[in-house]
Write a protein that binds this ligand. Structure first.
Ligand SMILES: [Fe+2]
Ligand SMILES: [Fe+2]
Length: 310
């Protein structure tokens, strides 16, 4: 019988192979929508279940129908982006309003529920570290209420919004698109730092899951060329392609791109006439490796965004 150590060596080799062969783009058009207790309509994008070699993280897209609410639950940290629509979230009995482009950070084990109060569906994008938390036996999800139609009496009783901050420790919970500030960074056409570890954090305290920033890549430009630990990009606008580990991957609005764990070199290209806008997620486990190994950090080959032909 094979000894455990030989099995580890084999596993080490097969892990490398898994990452090199895993998909890099989750196509928004090919999502497998399902109904869950939490969401009337939800689909995994980048996740272990969809074949991606994630570092214990996942990206989910969900949609709240007009006149509906999500379930109410609690679990590990979550980072949420509201793609369209109007409504509010109730987190630990406090209200936080949302509209197109609002970001939310859900603190570890805070109960939360989203209500759609507009006339259109509310699609939202969610980043979670659930697979890692489950592996560590730290991933208990508690379902308090299921998704369903709004009750007018419940909506009428919802408290008014008091603040975008969390009373427990003063950290930020929500931020609207019109509050995003453009940074001076030149790795892309424009960078807006949101709640990530790098750059400005705007009062958020995201440890496990963060929407770190929004990048804009200008027409006929390419981003800086670089390597770093795992990150996700969700294409908010435009289309283009990314070179990741020497392979080209095309994508368009509504797709999500996976830069896998490890130090895989990559660069993003906008060959078209319109701005390309990407929402970037990152997960705190990468910093556990950054702290251990100096090489496990961002390495820039070319520092700046430049014209495609440069
Ligand atoms: Fe949640
Ligand atoms: Fe990157």
């Amino acid at each position: 019988m094979q000894d455990f150590y030989s099995a580890w060596l084999e596993r080490s080799e097969s892990l490398e192979k898994t990452v090199s062969e895993a998909p890099r783009v989750a196509k928004g058009k090919n999502l497998n929508w399902v109904r869950t207790r939490q969401d009337s309509k939800a689909a995994l994008m980048i996740a272990p279940e969809t074949g991606f070699s994630t570092g214990g993280s996942l990206l989910m897209k969900a949609e709240i129908p007009a006149g509906w609410h999500t379930g109410k639950h609690l679990h590990g940290e979550e980072a949420i982006y509201i793609e369209r629509g109007d409504g509010f979230m109730v987190l630990d009995d406090k209200r936080y309003n949302f509209h197109r482009g609002t970001i939310f950070h859900i603190p570890y084990r805070s109960s939360h529920q989203l209500f759609n109060t507009g006339k259109e569906p509310v699609p939202y994008i969610s980043g979670l570290a659930w697979p890692l938390e489950a592996f560590l036996y730290m991933g208990r999800i508690e379902q308090i209420e299921d998704a369903g139609a709004n009750d007018a009496a419940v909506l009428a009783k919802a408290p008014p919004e008091e603040s975008q901050y969390w009373p427990a420790d003063g950290r930020r919970i929500s931020m609207h698109e019109e509050q995003f500030e453009r940074s001076a960074e030149t790795k892309h056409g424009a960078t807006y730092f949101l709640m990530g570890r790098s750059g400005k954090q705007n009062g958020f305290k995201a440890t496990a899951a963060a929407i770190s920033s929004i990048f804009v890549d200008l027409p006929h430009s390419k981003s800086h060329s670089h390597a770093h630990p795992e990150a996700y990009l969700y294409a908010l606008q435009g289309s283009g392609y990314s070179e990741i580990g020497g392979k080209r991957h095309e994508w368009e609005q509504g797709d999500a791109v996976h830069v896998p764990p490890g130090m895989m070199h990559h660069q993003h290209f906008n060959p078209n006439d319109v701005d390309m806008k990407e929402l970037r997620f990152e997960f705190g486990i990468r910093y556990w490796f950054v702290d251990q190994w100096k090489g496990y950090t961002t390495i820039d080959r070319h520092m700046k965004a430049t014209h495609m032909d440069d």
